[in-house]
Write a protein that binds this ligand. Structure first.
Ligand code: SR1
Ligand code: MG
Length: 417
């Protein structure tokens, strides 16, 4: 077994020239390979390799956090969790993730399908593109993976084995536990907010006892409620799109956690896209884009609910809420009551997770391009301040908010302030 060595544009062809999976997808003639490093995420190397017969993506983990450097070591085993999460997502929501061609655990690399002409969803939303299928595709993906990875559906022996397998993804969980739930609410070392115009609101949020208590309750739910196999980092930078196709990528943060986490993180990213639109109006107003983004949140939630309910009625084969207790005794209403309770809990917790996700993307280490690419600092700070206010409201008042229309009405009011 060769020791781990990071690939580079210069070494990739020599290192992987004999890899059968790669050669079968792009062609054997390495002299005709064209290699580009395109990783723009916080953690890994990502290469696009083109040959005479096609193209593929080679993703390799580094033994440290790329965004920070080797002062922050991070285990290579995240590549193992990403590979195993992708295989499960493909089985549970076929066609929703890139095809995997090869996995090399020692080199922490995954060779996978090159998605083209797909672009990262976040970039599309910043450009003002309205993708017609994302709400439906992502809603179905979340319902199918989150339902089918849980004790509602799986044989409990298999679910417990997966729970144990993914339990070792501790370092990546630790990143989320600190960066999402704690750091934004105190003067943590790696925090940054680029606009001094935000200082006052940041001080207010850090002095906000109700918010801090809520963030810690959410952290507790995140860490202790091992309901299902999560994607774990389902934001708009982890989704690739065309007008007709949507694929989820990058599930290296996968672990057993609460259903509401993926849903909340995802919707938070649509709400942040909404609040950032004002900063991208140099080529024209974004009113219809704003309306589109709110519609996307409504449809995503609705598709998620509908599909989850459908699976509840047709695929509830696990040890939770067994049919023998309900339908088999003619008690269909009992099963529906239990479903309503579960969806209500997901709704309430989803809002909380969404609120803290908004905060950490503006105040913590890992920012997002929706706000970062707004050149005018005052305008950017205005957009960010509104998003922070919105995030605080939905996190703290999540038990008193009853519909997504209510959330969106509030978002629209804050945005127009
Ligand atoms: C140090 S990693 C920072 C962030 O990047 C990843 O994409 C996750 O969102 C993580 O929180
Ligand atoms: Mg990622």
């Amino acid at each position: 077994k060769l020791p781990f060595e990071a690939l580079s544009v210069e070494t990739l062809a020599a290192r992987l020239g004999a890899n059968e999976a790669l050669c079968s997808h792009i062609g054997k003639d390495t002299s005709r390979w064209n290699v580009r490093e395109v990783g723009d995420g916080n953690l890994n190397l990502v290469f696009i390799v083109e040959g005479v017969a096609g193209a593929a993506v080679v993703k390799q983990a580094l033994p440290y956090v790329r965004l920070v450097g080797d002062s922050w070591p991070l285990p290579l085993k995240r590549s193992f969790f990403e590979y195993h999460a992708l295989t499960r997502q493909q089985a549970r929501a076929p066609g929703s993730v890139p095809a995997i061609h090869h996995f090399d655990e020692g080199q922490a690399l995954i060779i996978m399908e090159y998605l083209s002409p797909h672009i990262i969803l976040r970039r599309a939303l910043i450009e003002g593109r309205q993708l017609p299928k994302i709400a439906r595709d992502i809603g179905l993906f979340m319902a199918r993976t989150l339902f089918r990875g849980s004790d509602l559906h799986m044989a409990t022996k298999d679910r417990k084995a997966d729970l144990a397998l993914f339990a070792d993804n501790v370092e990546l969980c630790d990143i989320t536990e600190n960066l999402v739930f704690s750091d934004p609410y105190f003067d943590a070392k790696m925090n940054r907010h680029t606009s001094p115009q935000l200082d006052r609101i940041v001080a207010e949020l850090r002095a906000d006892r109700d918010l801090k208590v809520e963030a810690q309750r959410l952290k507790h739910i995140f860490a202790a409620n091992a309901e299902t196999l999560l994607h774990g980092d389902l934001h708009s930078g982890s989704i690739m799109v065309t007008d007709t196709e949507t694929r989820m990528i990058d599930p290296e943060f996968a672990f057993y956690g609460p259903i509401a986490f993926d849903v909340g993180m995802l919707l938070a990213n649509f709400w942040m896209a909404f609040f950032s639109q004002r900063g991208h109006e140099q080529n024209g107003k974004r009113d219809t884009m704003r309306a589109y983004l709110l519609d996307v949140t409504v449809e995503t939630w609705s598709v998620f609910r509908t599909e989850f309910s459908h699976l509840w009625r047709t695929e509830r084969t696990g040890m939770l809420y067994q049919k023998s207790l309900f339908e088999d005794q003619g008690d269909r209403l009992g099963a529906e009551q239990a479903l309503d309770h579960m969806l209500h809990q997901v709704w309430t917790d989803m809002l909380g997770f969404a609120g803290v996700e908004v905060h950490r993307r503006i105040l913590g280490l890992a920012h997002n391009a929706d706000f970062e690419t707004i050149a005018d600092e005052d305008l950017r700070a205005t957009c960010e301040a509104k998003a922070l206010k919105f995030g605080r409201h939905i996190a703290v008042n999540r038990r008193q908010i009853h519909s997504i229309d209510e959330v969106n009405k509030l978002a629209a009011l804050i945005e127009r302030e």
